[in-house]
Unconditional design. Structure first.
Length: 120
């Protein structure tokens, strides 16, 4: 259901008058002002509008799995992925492993390496 806001006729307040108005609206004596403001904004009509679907205000807590997932250590998996990526003949953007290998093998100085990383 689309909600269209209706114009509200209210004085423009700032500074001390705004602070005074905010303090007044927070008191029990100002309940008629609050009720009128909510009515002008259409909040009550929006609250009373029937909704087709139920909305859950929070995600249900799901327990973590008790068993470890099968697989290798993350460092070993990263090394295997880097080795497989270096064996392909297809185009590939330079990755972190390329920069790390170049630095380890002495092909690039660390300043050139940083310039290559920051040029993205």
């Amino acid at each position: 259901m689309p909600y269209q806001r209706k114009p509200v006729s209210a004085p423009r307040l700032s500074g001390r008058p705004l602070r005074l108005f905010a303090a007044l609206v927070g008191t029990p004596l100002a309940s008629p002002i609050r009720r009128q403001t909510m009515d002008q904004l259409g909040i009550e009509r929006l609250r009373k509008t029937p909704v087709d679907d139920h909305y859950a205000p929070y995600e249900p807590h799901l327990p973590h799995p008790q068993t470890e997932l099968p697989g290798e250590e993350p460092a070993k998996m990263a090394q295997t992925a880097a080795e497989l990526a270096s064996k392909t003949d297809a185009f590939a953007f330079e990755g972190i492993s390329d920069f790390a290998n170049a630095y380890e093998k002495g092909k690039k100085h660390r300043f050139k390496l940083l310039n290559g990383l920051w040029s993205w």
